[in-house]
Design a protein around this ligand. Sequence first.
Ligand code: TYD
Length: 395
Amino acid sequence: MKKFLDLGMQPLANKYLTSNDLKNKKKEQFYHLEVGFDNKTKLVSILNKVPSQKMFDDNYPYRSSMSKTMIRSFKALSKKIIKFYKPKIILEIGSNDGSLIKNFNKKKVICVEPCKNLAIITKGKGFKTYAEYWNISLAKKIKSNHNMVDLIYSANTLSHISDLDSVFKSINHVLSNDGVLIIEDPSLLECLKRVAYDQFYNEHIYVFSLLGIQNIIKKFNFEVFKVEKLKTHGGSLRYYIKRTSNSKIKISSNVKKQLNAELRYKMDKFTTYIEFKNKVERSKKKLVELLYKIKKNDKKIIGYGSTAKSVTVLNYCKIKSEILDYFVDTTPDKTKKYMPGTHIYIDKYKKSLLNNVDYIFLGAWNFKDEIFKKEKDFIKKGGKFITHIPTPKIV
Ligand code: TYD
C-alpha cells in the first residue's frame, strides 16, 4: 500500500458521546486516517486499521431503516432476487436491523450481524440470526446447520472487513456451486469523481472498485457477471458474482463497460490518487472559507445528518460548534449525544429545530434529494443548504 492521502488524526466514527462522557472527560480513541493504493491489487484502503471489535460492538448506532431511499432500494432488490434467482436459502452478511431480509420469507433467511443491539431486532422478529463476525468458523457452523446457501447478499459490510481473503474464503465455503453472491458498497470511481473524501473513515477500510474486486475474487475462482450502478451512499456499485465454473450464467456487457470507465479514469495509476489528494486539500480550504464567511455575517448554521462521513469532514477541516450550532438526526441511538472529536451536539430531528436557521450543512449529502423534498418549507422560507460535494458551495 502506497499512501496518497492524509486526513489527520480522527476519532472513531459512530462513537457518539453522551453528556456524561463529556462531563467525565471520557478519553476518545483517535487514529491516524491515511489512505493508500495497492498497485498490485488496485485496492484503495485506509492504512491504520482499527480492530472490528472496537467498531462493531453491542451499541452500534447505525440503522439502515432510517432512510426511505435505502428501504426502497432493498425492496426493489428483493423483488429481483426472487424473480431471477429463486433462492431456497438466503444469507445476509451484515443484516443490520433487517431492512432487506424483511422482504423475504422468514424460513428462507439467515442473518449474520455481529452488533448485538441490531441482531436482537431481527432475532426478535423471528429471523434466524447469528450475532457473530463473518469468518471461516461461522461459515462452517452455518454450513453444518443449514447446508449450502444459494444466495449471499452483503451491503456496505465487506468493505468494513480488513481480511478480504478470509471473507471470500468463508463465502466460498458455504455458497452452492450454482450460487450467487451479491455485494454492494460505495464506488471508488464515484468517490474520486465527487471528491467524496468522507467515504474514508475507520469503518470503511476499503472503497471498492470493480478492478479491485476482480483481483481479490479471482483467487477463489469467482467472477463478476453483472454490475449495477446505484445512487445509494453517494454512488455505489452492486456486483453480482458467480463461480467461474458456473457457465449457466452469462457475463453481462456492463462488466466490461464499468471496467473501461475505471480504466479511462486511470484508476489503475497512482498519479490519479495524487490528483485526488490535491482536490481534497482544495476542498478543505474552500469549505472552511465558505463557513467562516457565513459565520462572519452572524448567520446560524446547523448540520443535517450526523453521519460517519461528516465525522471525517469536521475533524479534517477542524469545524466545531463555533461554526455549526448543532446537528439534527432521526437515528435514536445518535440523538441527544455529541459528535466524535468535535463534540457538536446532535438533537433529535423535528421541523421546529430548523426555525431561525439560515444555513444547513448537509452531513448526509448522499440523501440530498430525500432531504430537500422533506425540507421544502425551509427552502421556501429562504433557507439554504451547504454541501462540500463535489465542491464546497451553497445550494
Ligand atoms: P448515512 O449517510 O447512511 O451514514 P454514514 O455516513 O454514517 O454511513 O446516514 C444518514 C444519516 O442521516 C443517518 O444518521 C440518518 C440521517 N438522516 C436524517 O436524520 N434524516 C433524513 O431525512 C435522512 C434521509 C437521514
